[in-house]
Design a protein around this ligand. Structure first.
Ligand code: ATP
Length: 340
């Protein structure tokens, strides 16, 4: 009995929330379904109504809602993408658009929202909260891991595993043909994926937006690689790296300057977003979902749930939006040492 009691947290039930809406917005990421499942089931567990809102803020403005119970989310924990669909909406960026959304929330008697998405979606959530005082908790869902206040966003771990698996396969060809491969991965403004997947896959060089050492350093490093007896090499590059050249221009530049190399380019693209979520992402999604719903029940609003020191914490939404994440520069040093 004592042990059982420990499993219940004290929740302020005076709070009048009876119905919670959940939506996914922006780019999809593996783990979003697991988070929807967690939100829906936590609502069911506490006797709250839950409404699934389809197509993100667009569906919110159109009243595209469906009531969901514990059984509506069977067999989705293992699926990539989002069963609620996602969308981007310019209209929601206007006050008129958000007013429409609020009216639909009122008509459907939805008292609070859980918004799963990236920082753009958080901005939308913040505006809706500011203007109409609707309680909102955000869940970070994006493969880029570029949200301040959480060490992991939903989908990041899965994306890393996907990238490492693909690079392992490319390495087979690279080593069989003595080739140099440039592999472009996602992460327009931040190099989390490139850096971690690069180390995990044993890349010789990793180019990230946070650090531009110039193309000549890349040439130098490749030259050294050749001299040290390596017959093939993998270079992982974040899309839109600050080096000032596209991955294809970089290939031409290297081939012009290092005739001993034959370079192949592989742009991984959207495959990085898809696929079954890793166990880590499924567990994280479940924890985020429980915390989001119970925080709303506890009267909290305008926060993001985040993972810090293995605990799920509430981070003020404004901080999550304004803060910027930083890659661990020590990882660059580790990468340099590993590629000797
Ligand atoms: P990803 O990380 O995959 O890009 P995201 O959530 O950042 O995901 P965005 O396209 O930036 O994706 O934002 C999703 C939606 O959030 C937008 O289409 C828009 O409807 C809404 N949104 C973004 N910025 C604002 C804003 N400043 N005010 C109101 N709504 C916004």
């Amino acid at each position: 009995r004592c042990l059982l009691n420990l499993r219940y947290i004290k929740i302020n039930m005076d709070n009048k929330i009876k119905s919670i809406g959940v939506l996914t917005s922006g780019g999809d990421s593996p783990g979003m379904n697991a988070a929807i499942r967690a939100v829906v089931r936590t609502c069911a567990y506490h006797g709250l109504q839950c409404q699934g809102i389809f197509r993100g803020f667009q569906g919110l403005m159109e009243g595209d809602f469906k009531e969901m119970g514990a059984r509506s989310v069977n067999n989705i924990i293992n699926k990539g993408g989002t069963m609620l669909k996602s969308a981007r909406s310019e209209e929601f960026k206007t006050v008129e658009g958000r007013k429409k959304a609020f009216e639909h929330l009122q008509n459907a008697n939805i008292d609070a929202l859980v918004v799963i998405g990236g920082d753009g979606s958080f901005k939308g959530a913040r505006e809706l909260h500011k203007e109409f005082k609707i309680p909102i908790i955000a869940i970070p869902g994006t493969i880029d891991n570029d949200i301040f206040g959480t060490t992991h966003t939903l989908g990041y771990d899965t994306a890393l595993n996907t990238v490492v698996e693909v690079i392992d396969k490319i390495r087979d060809t690279a080593s069989s043909h003595n080739r140099l491969f440039f592999i472009e991965v996602m992460g327009r403004d931040c190099g989390h994926i490139a850096l971690n997947a690069g180390i995990g896959a044993g890349a010789e060089e990793i180019l990230i937006p946070e650090e531009n050492l110039g193309v000549d350093r890349l040439l130098e490093s490749l030259r050294r690689s050749k001299e040290s007896g390596k017959s093939s090499s993998i270079v992982v590059i974040s899309e839109g790296g600050k080096i000032g050249k596209t991955v294809f221009e970089l290939k031409d530049y290297v081939e012009e300057n290092l005739s001993e190399y034959e370079v192949r380019v592989s742009v991984l693209g959207h495959m990085q977003r898809g696929g079954a979520p890793s166990c880590f992402d499924r567990v994280l999604a479940s924890r985020f979902g429980v915390k989001a719903v119970e925080s709303l029940m506890d009267g909290k609003s305008n926060f993001m749930v985040g993972l810090r020191n293995d605990a799920i914490e509430l981070v003020p939404l404004e901080k999550a939006i304004k803060g910027s994440t930083q890659v661990d520069m020590e990882l660059l040093r580790v990468s340099d040492i590993m590629s000797i």
